[in-house]
Design a protein around this ligand. Structure first.
Ligand SMILES: Cc1cn([C@H]2C[C@H](O)[C@@H](COP(=O)(O)OP(=O)(O)O[C@H]3O[C@@H](C)C(=O)[C@@H](O)[C@H]3O)O2)c(=O)[nH]c1=O
Length: 187
């Protein structure tokens, strides 16, 4: 059996793209979505403790940019199960060489790509096809008191969303704008 997964690094340390190689036959396809052994170099000592799913109706809708503060900082692995999304990881780590830089990947069920977003990076996405569905693997439990976010339209972040933004939640629309004095998060 050949390689089932490939891991591609991005310019942001710890943000990587995992591609699953599906096995195809006359019935359709089979793909391994997660394997702790295959992903040992990405996971280290972490373990997946929660799996979440979201469905988003409208093209242009944005969810993000979300993260959890230490001590509940988490790694997320994000995959699109239906539709297509523009998925963004944003580096907020104090003293990181890529501080405030972002990396985006288009995710859809056919390219079987999963974006890895490590602790100290925020995550968000824009829906490019109606009824898009996302699957999240998390290394920490959801902790509302540690939950934080940045405004997807924040000019300091300058995220180049492909479409006009719509359907933000009230919470996402009220994330504070960051100032030029913002120094990031500590882990
Ligand atoms: C994230 C989360 C939310 N909730 C609840 C809180 C709220 O009532 C409802 C919807 O939550 P939100 O509005 O935060 O959902 P949403 O805006 O989709 O939040 C998600 O956005 C993307 C970008 C991520 O990266 C995810 O980790 C998550 O933060 O679900 C949980 O019960 N467990 C969870 O793990």
């Amino acid at each position: 059996m050949g390689e089932r997964l490939t891991i591609r690094q991005t310019p942001i340390q710890g943000v990587s793209v995992i591609e699953t190689i599906a096995v195809k036959d006359h019935r359709g396809s089979f793909a391994r979505l997660f394997c702790a052994d295959d992903l040992a170099t990405v996971l280290g000592e972490r373990r997946i403790v929660q799996i979440n799913h979201s469905q988003t109706r409208e093209v242009g809708a944005v969810r993000g940019m979300h993260f959890q503060h230490s001590p509940h900082a988490e790694m997320k692995m994000v995959r699109c199960l239906r539709g297509r999304v523009f998925d963004v990881a944003l580096d907020l780590r104090k003293n990181s060489p890529t501080f405030l830089q972002w990396h985006a990947e288009e995710l859809d069920p056919y390219t079987t790509r999963m974006l890895v977003i490590p602790e100290g990076c925020a995550h968000g996405f824009q829906v490019l096809q109606e009824e898009s569905e996302m699957l999240y693997l998390h290394t920490q439990f959801y902790q509302p008191e540690s939950e934080a976010g940045l405004r997807p339209t924040d000019p300091v972040l300058d995220i180049k969303w492909p479409l006009p933004l719509k359907d933000l939640s009230d919470k996402d629309n009220s994330h504070p704008l960051i100032l030029s004095t913002y120094t990031g998060v500590s882990l």
